[in-house]
Ligand binder design. Structure first.
Ligand SMILES: Nc1ncnc2c1ncn2[C@@H]1O[C@H](COP(=O)(O)OP(=O)(O)OP(=O)(O)O)[C@@H](O)[C@H]1O
Ligand SMILES: [Mg+2]
Length: 1014
């Protein structure tokens, strides 16, 4: 690096040689300090400038980055000095700085402090580059520009060099991004951690070869997780591997997408760009992406075009599609990369689950994913299958001693202190560092890092008891202005910019904070950003303030965030709410939380759930005499019960009872009805059919008592579903009939949960009608399908699912080609825009249709689909009421190639379960059918008797009047049993009656089976 004063001769002429020497001396001092800070050495003075070296004598992997940072730092300091010079001398002081990288011959030439020097062609070139830098600017050679990752560069320019044929390309350095913040610190030498580094290095090498890995680095605060990760990042950078980092933050753990958006912004390199440039960059990266997916992705990154409309899709589909897009983009990336996610103990839930999905594909990528967390973290990212985990233990005493010695230096006066610090620090390197800083600030230690002298005998020194106490003592010694700055910054978060502090009414005093290593500057542009040196410093700075001061800062901050970007107010709603809550402004916090929930409802239902939970807690904390408290407690609770079945949230029991009491006390029947409908769904999904059926009747009574047709139309689907599942067909018929009457042909009436309640009602009435042998079911099915085709994806998937899944299972419909095509179509729509539940339903329907197809290949595929769907139901805990029939079909098909006895055992268990729970008359009918067929087919000793018992059990179950569905099946099963007994007369009789009944009722599936009977 060369730095030179512009027009120094003119300055000399204006101020005189004496004054110029003074100015130069000052310039040299500040430059030397900056160069040192970044690990460089000042090599020599060149009359009116300075030459400095980075990467020699000590080779630093990231010397180019450090040199760039130093160059910008030198310019910044010089500008500060220039203000004084301008005032005093009336002249313009400006510097040019030039950088070049390459091989130099370095060694001791001459002697003394500046004896170490470098010579060669590259040094000469650096000087030439410096001479063409604009005044106040920094110019880089092409080689430095290439090495300095994170550098913000100007356009390439050409420089003619004497004696060289070709002009040399050079580029202006405009600033440094944050990608190399590691370089900002002057770190102590790494001690210990040998095997950890070796292990991660091995994994990094495998990742570079295409076998990626996830590594979890765990350990207590200050133990060295981030440090280990920084070392790995430097190792990766030295191998030219890109490193992308995101930090989770304690105040952002309830802010959806916080971490994942940050990581993706880093990985796509859009961090420093404005929104439209960022969009262009993203589009260039994934040129083939679906335009809708791109809009979703840009929305996630916070760079969406405000004009562009978000596609109308369900949050689950949004998450699936984003995950698929990110996975596809990462699978397509050939260059290895290291992704770092720090402090996942503070991760938000939504990011957590998205990243867990992303990590599942890591083994097939050239990526090393590193996550750090404190030991209390138990979330999904601590259980990534196949991840390696490294638990960092405290440093050994000898390692700690090595660190202390490195920091204190060799002077004999500090020897005793070393022992004291080692004992107290208990192997925590951060505690060591803080103790040393504290002792230095207190005056116990004199001198500089690595060269301290102790002024007090070791036995007389008291050291802080905990690392927090050490930090607190250091904060106490700050000037009031610096302390105010630190306090306000701690309220903002772990990173902040001075502009924001000023808007909060704080005059930022940063110099002492940087000097004392409380904070680090992380970007060096016109508007620098700062970061707390360590998370613990922020915690202590936050907690040490007076509560009332802190609350005031939170309040102002909330207002500033809102005012700063009104367009992103929805996106920031959760953050604003957090600050307002911390400020104690509960009403406002509640409002913002509800707003956040509304925003998230279309983006991520889990995020919406969190916001409702926060809103509920805020409302509960209001004083009891607050007039709005009751209503505020009800609304979020109602929403939580209403969506419980979609997010597998447990609200049965105390949470629901509490809401019921609240609603009863205020006479709020509508809220209670919505919550009840949600709870009914939840009961059914978790296979609590008795509770579901009872609550369904109560809910219907309540809904009717409200007397609002829209509410009735919108909510009836839930209680009706419960009655369908528990085979109370008369109720199902009556309730779906009422919806059809009240909707009066309007497909969208009451569409607050489903796009078309009317379409569902037709499907339900069809089921009730064909089970009870009433006419009109075929028209109902067609009507329902027609309405659903022009409704939303959820309605469409639900209607197609119930029409065909139930229709084919009961033997009413045949699984013919057009049917399979329509189901596949619904499945595609569910994948693109529906929620996970709609998707599972569509897959269950497809699997069911396929296992009713003639060819083995189709049935094999059906079996596979059903086995997967069953697994999803079991793991996620929904649709458990359909699980028995899914298991039955899946077992029947697997028996074709596997163990028949096993299959029979499984099917028997499923039918017994349906019997015990008294819902034999819904899925129990076809399930009994499969059991009987399997038993008779096997024909072992007791099989016929068991088949007979199963038939009689079905026949004896108490049923609604005229359950012709059962009669039809019984005729078929009795025919099969008679044939197994060799009773031909009885067989013919049952078979003919079965065939007649199937034809009379128009049950296509049964007609086909009957005609196939010999
Ligand atoms: N092995 C080591 N040798 C030398 N210094 C170390 C070592 N490990 C950590 N340090 C230093 O100790 C300090 C604390 O380490 P670090 O920030 O990595 O802690 P952490 O485990 O990430 O803590 P937190 O959970 O609070 O984020 C840092 O300044 C780091 O440079
Ligand atoms: Mg850390």
């Amino acid at each position: 690096m060369f730095a030179d004063v512009v027009h120094s001769m003119d300055i000399a002429a204006a101020v005189g040689a004496e004054r110029l020497r003074e100015i130069m001396a000052e310039l040299v001092d500040i430059t030397t300090a900056v160069v040192k800070r970044y690990g460089g050495t000042v090599d020599k003075f060149t009359g009116d400038g300075i030459m400095a070296l980075f990467g020699a004598p000590t080779a630093l992997e990231d010397h180019a980055v450090r040199a760039c940072l130093a160059a910008l730092g030198v310019q910044q300091e010089a500008k500060r000095l220039a203000v004084d010079v301008q005032e005093r001398d009336g002249v313009d002081l400006q510097l040019r700085v030039g950088l070049n990288s390459g091989q130099v011959i370095a060694g001791e030439i001459g002697s003394g402090a500046l004896g170490y020097t470098a010579v060669g062609e590259q040094v000469g070139l650096a000087q030439r580059i410096e001479s063409v830098a604009p005044p106040g600017g920094v110019m880089l050679s092409e080689s430095t520009a290439r090495l300095a990752a994170g550098a913000v560069l100007g356009e390439p320019e050409l420089l003619r060099v004497k004696g060289a044929e070709e002009p040399v390309p050079v580029r202006r350095l405009l600033g440094m991004g944050e990608r190399h913040r590691a370089a900002w610190r002057a770190e102590s030498n790494l001690v210990g951690r040998h095997w950890e580094m070796a292990a991660v290095e091995g994994l990094l090498e495998r990742a570079i070869d295409g076998d990626g890995a996830v590594v979890e680095v765990g350990g207590s605060p200050g133990i060295g997780k981030s440090r280990l990760v920084r070392e790995v990042a430097a190792m990766a950078a030295a191998r030219s591997v890109d490193v992308f980092t995101a930090f989770c933050e304690s105040h952002a753990s309830d802010i959806p997408f916080y971490a994942v958006a940050r990581l993706l912004r880093a990985a796509t390199g859009v961090g420093d760009l404005d929104a439209s440039a960022a969009r262009a960059q993203v589009r260039a990266r994934v040129p083939d992406a679906d335009p809708e997916d791109l809009v979703l992705f840009e929305d996630l990154l916070g760079i969406a075009d405000p004009e562009a409309e978000l596609p109308k899709i369900d949050p689950d589909a949004r998450r699936r599609r984003l995950t698929a897009l990110v996975a596809a983009a990462s699978l397509a990336r050939r260059d290895p990369a290291v992704y770092v996610i720090e402090d996942v103990h503070w991760i938000d839930e939504v990011s957590e689950s998205m990243l867990a999905d992303f990590m599942a594909v890591t083994p097939q990528t050239p990526f090393l994913v590193l996550i750090t967390c404190r030991p209390e973290y138990r979330g999904a990212l601590s259980r990534v299958p196949g991840a390696q985990s490294i638990a960092l233990a405290p440093l050994s005493d000898s390692e700690t001693a090595a660190l202390v010695t490195d920091l204190l230096g060799p002077d004999s006066s500090v020897g005793g202190l070393t022992t004291t610090i080692v004992e107290r620090a208990a192997g925590n390197p951060f505690f060591v560092e803080e103790m040393v800083r504290e002792l230095a600030e207190r005056g116990v230690l004199r001198g500089n890092r690595s060269a301290y002298i102790s002024t007090v005998g070791a036995t007389e020194v008291s050291v802080p008891a905990t690392v927090q106490a050490a930090i607190a003592a250091r904060i106490d010694r700050l000037s009031p202005a610096a302390k105010r700055t630190l306090s306000a910054a701690a309220v903002i978060g772990s990173r902040f910019d001075p502009g924001l502090l000023e808007t909060l009414g704080i005059e930022p005093v940063l110099k002492d904070l940087v000097g004392g290593e409380f904070i680090d500057q992380i970007t060096s542009t016109e508007e620098p950003e700062y970061l707390f040196h360590h998370p613990l410093i922020r915690t202590v700075a936050y907690e040490a303030q007076l509560k009332s001061d802190r609350a005031e800062l939170h309040r102002r901050l909330a207002a500033v965030i809102e005012a700063r970007s009104p367009a992103s107010a929805d996106e920031n709603a959760a953050l604003i709410a957090e600050h307002l809550e911390a400020a104690g402004d509960l009403h406002a916090a509640y409002g913002w939380q509800m707003r956040a929930a509304a925003w998230a409802t279309n983006r991520d239902i889990a995020a919406a759930r969190l916001s409702w939970e926060r809103a509920r807690n805020i409302a509960d904390a209001l004083p009891t005499d607050d007039p709005n408290r009751a209503a505020m407690r009800i609304t979020p609770r109602t929403m939580l019960c209403g969506i419980a079945f979609r997010v597998q949230l447990n609200v049965a029991g105390a949470p629901f009872d509490e809401l019921r009491q609240l609603c009863t006390a205020t006479g709020d029947k509508a809220s209670l009805a919505i919550a009840m409908a949600g709870l009914v769904m939840d009961h059914v999904y978790r296979d609590r059919l008795r509770e579901a059926s009872q609550l369904a009747s109560d809910a219907m009574a309540l809904i009717e008592s409200v007397g609002d047709p829209t509410l009735t139309v919108g909510l009836s689907f839930a209680p009706t579903y419960a009655k369908v599942e528990s085979a109370e067909w008369s109720d199902a018929l009556q309730w779906s009939q009422r919806v059809i009457d009240l909707a009066d042909g309007d497909p969208a009436k009451g569409n607050f949960l489903f796009g078309s309640p009317l379409a569902i009602a037709f499907t339900n009435r069809a089921m009730a009608r064909y089970c009870l042998g009433r006419p009109g079911w075929r028209d109902d099915l067609n009507h329902g399908l027609a309405l659903a085709r022009s409704a939303d994806s959820l309605s469409f998937a639900a209607v197609v699912g119930w029409v065909y899944f139930a229709g084919i299972s009961f033997g009413v419909l045949a699984a013919d080609d057009p049917t399979v095509r329509e189901i596949e179509h619904a499945l595609r729509i569910a994948e693109r825009s529906g929620d996970d539940l709609a998707l599972a339903l569509a897959r269950m329907t497809l699997g069911t249709a396929l296992v009713h197809r003639p060819t083995a290949a189709q049935r094999d595929r059906g079996q596979k689909v059903l086995a997967e769907v069953g697994e999803v139901f079991r793991c996620r805990g929904h649709n458990l009421c359909e699980l028995p029939i899914v298991d039955v079909y899946s077992a029947r098909e697997s028996a074709r190639s596997g163990d028949r006895d096993d299959a029979v055992r499984l099917i028997r268990a499923a039918v017994d379960h349906l019997f015990r729970d008294q819902h034999l008359l819904a899925w129990g009918i076809p399930a009994t059918g499969v059991l009987v067929e399997m038993l008779l087919d096997r024909g072992a000793a007791a099989d016929a008797a068991e088949a007979r018992a199963a038939i009689e059990r079905l026949a004896a179950a108490r049923a609604d009047e005229g359950l012709v569905m059962r009669e039809t099946w019984l005729l078929r099963l009795r025919a099969l049993l008679a044939r197994a007994h060799g009773d031909d007369t009885a067989y013919r009789d049952y078979r003919d009656r079965y065939r007649d009944m199937a034809r009379t009722l128009g049950f296509e599936g049964h007609i086909a089976s009957a005609e196939a009977m010999p």
